[in-house]
Design a protein around this ligand. Structure first.
Ligand code: M6R
Length: 588
């Protein structure tokens, strides 16, 4: 969740660190800090809150490290902000040490005093105690004591042009720029700074000495590595409201077009064969990606008549799943770095399953782990709330489902060609935004709301509710429309908002009936549907552009994303940085 960066550059090292840190902020914004080494001394600047709080004259030095924090151990505060310092060393850490209590007790018994509540401070103390003049050896010795996840970057006063880094289960990559060497938690933050990147694998170390980047084993042996050229820097625009989320919703059609272009050029044969012949098919994902996986599972099982088991990754990994050789796991993750999804994927692979991964980051850990990596080309998604990546995940997964059907029945499903109209349909959905914004105004002070839907619409409802909870801080739940009267209806009182998504001709009347039942008890009802003849079935009606029913989740979510974003803005919050959350959940 936290973001770490290390940089060597004789020119503007401090500025470079801050530039990257600003781009890493979506990984956490509880505190920020930097340390540089110059003239045989460390200089540290760290503060609770955003990177912007690190104001002041640039710190001198050619080697530096930086951190944005998403608090795990200890509240957001100046003291708990990274870098942490011990003796001649400064350290930034992303991850969670599982044996930190044992190590802390041992260190305390040996006379060490701690100035923070973090698990990370333990690591820098271990390094300082292990130091006998060999910087790399001290870091390697400390790492041999660590259990849990970590990506660390360390500075030492005695080595003003060096940074030593290590990684286990937390993302880290190295990047080479003109006259500069970097390590960083993720690729998008390095765009514009480096030209070549190379991921660091678990158990590997990176030793930056001047501009030279050396990958090594714990024993210091050099590992040969191939760096890949980084794609051209993408623009990260903001919407009219100044929010990235709004801009990212606007980029949905473009992302869909790019993703479709990539999918059309992709040879699906190996993945589709694996799916067709699979004993069992599972999906794992978290949050929004899980909603995309659920929609895929429902579609694939209906079209291909195959059972698909969809599980939240955090449940899958501890649920002793029935997965084994001959089975297929489809793991979905925008970042490709989500800890639970990665562990679920590793578990499935260890048991012999075939892994298909859908990620938005080509070099991500999940993509590299997969037998068959699939890409979404949504472009960098910076806002914490996932929007365009969700639409692109759906497109990618539906394409995969269609290929599987083709390999099974020698014919594509009837809706397959309509995937080419998804981008245009989403663009047309933008035209209902003014109505959606007035709905947000109407519900600005609502304290709770329910989203309902049938079939795949229930996953869109769940995604709409998640968006509202996540950024507008309104309690929003979702349930299958038919379940309303089995409990949720008890919540309905005068003015209680019930928002229904009904995109399937076969069930729209049933959902309208559920709304009528809610309305009879005083609910304020809203209907999102392509069937305009149902406009009178709710207090508020949002007309949706039509695609074949199986594809409607691609487009029906768009007004819900825009609704949540507007509700958030009207309530005075920042949609890009919801409290307590971070974009990439790389810890459990
Ligand atoms: O990077 P991932 O797709 O694996 O992230 C999974 C979830 O953390 C993510 O979708 C989260 O639910 C979003 N903030 C929701 O908007």
């Amino acid at each position: 969740m936290c973001g770490i960066v290390g940089c060597f550059s004789r020119e503007g090292c401090y500025e470079k660190l801050l530039t990257v840190l600003q781009k890493l902020e979506y990984r956490g914004y509880d505190s920020a800090g930097v340390a540089l080494v110059a003239g045989g001394a460390l200089a540290v600047r760290k503060k609770k809150g955003a990177v912007a709080n690190l104001c002041g004259a640039p710190l001198a030095g050619a080697a530096g490290i930086g951190h944005t924090r998403w608090a795990t151990h200890g509240k957001p505060s100046d003291e708990n902000a990274h870098p942490h310092v011990a003796g001649k060393f400064a350290l930034v850490h992303n991850g969670i040490l599982e044996n930190f209590a044992v190590l802390k007790e041992e260190l305390t018994k040996n006379g060490e005093a701690f100035s923070s509540e973090t698990d990370s401070e333990v690591i820098v103390k271990l390094i300082a105690r292990a130091y006998k003049g060999d910087f790399f050896a001290a870091v390697a010795a400390a790492c041999s004591r660590l259990e849990g996840s970590y990506a660390i970057a360390v500075l030492c006063e005695d080595f003003p042009e060096e940074i030593v880094c290590a990684k286990n289960k937390s993302p880290l990559l190295a990047g080479a720029g003109r006259g500069a060497a970097f390590v960083c938690s993720d690729i998008p933050a390095l765009e514009g700074e480096v030209r070549y990147v190379c991921p660091v694998e678990d158990g590997e170390f990176v030793h930056i000495r001047g501009e030279e980047i050396c990958f090594c084993t714990a024993g210091g042996a050099c590992l040969p590595k191939v760096f890949c050229r980084l794609a051209e820097k993408e623009r990260a625009p903001v919407g009219a409201s100044g929010s990235r989320m709004e801009a990212e919703i606007g980029q949905i059609p473009h992302g869909l077009e790019k993703t479709l272009g990539w999918l059309r050029a992709c040879d699906f044969a190996p993945a589709a064969r694996a799916l067709r012949g699979a004993g069992r098919i599972f999906t794992v994902a978290c949050g929004t990606a899980h909603h995309a996986a659920l929609a895929f599972g429902a579609l694939l099982s209906r079209e291909a008549r195959i059972p698909v088991f969809c599980e939240a990754a955090s449940e899958f990994r501890y649920g002793d799943p029935l997965i084994g050789a001959g089975d297929v796991l489809v793991a979905v993750s925008q970042s490709g770095e989500t800890a639970d999804t990665l562990e679920a994927a590793r578990l499935a692979k260890a048991r012999g399953a075939y892994l298909i991964a859908v990620t938005n980051v080509e070099q991500s850990t999940l993509a590299r782990l997969a037998d068959f990596p699939l890409r979404t080309l949504a472009g960098a998604e910076i806002a914490v709330a996932a929007t365009k990546s969700y639409n692109c995940q759906l497109l990618c997964l539906y394409f995969l489902a269609a290929q599987t059907v083709f390999y099974k029945k020698a014919a594509f499903p009837a809706w397959f060609s309509a995937l080419g109209r998804a981008a245009e349909a989403c663009e047309r959905a933008f035209s209902c935004f003014s109505e959606v914004f007035s709905l947000a105004k109407r519900l600005q002070t609502a304290r709770a709301m329910s989203f309902i839907g049938r079939g795949t619409d229930r996953f869109t409802a769940a995604e709409g509710a998640l968006k509202v909870r996540e950024i507008a801080y309104v309690f929003a739940e979702s349930c299958p429309a038919g379940e309303l009267k089995h409990g949720t209806l008890a919540l309905v009182e005068e003015g209680f908002p019930v928002l229904a998504v009904a995109t399937d001709r076969a069930t729209v009347q049933k959902t309208a009936n559920s709304l009528a039942e809610a309305k009879a008890r005083g609910a304020f009802t809203c209907l999102f549907s392509p069937y305009k003849e149902y406009a009178g079935a709710a207090d508020f009606f949002c007309p949706l552009p039509a695609l074949p029913a199986p594809l409607m989740p691609l487009v029906s979510v768009v007004p819900l994303q825009a609704f949540a974003c507007r509700l958030c803005l009207l309530r005075g919050f920042d949609p890009d940085r919801p409290r307590n959350l971070a974009k990439s959940v790389t810890v459990e």
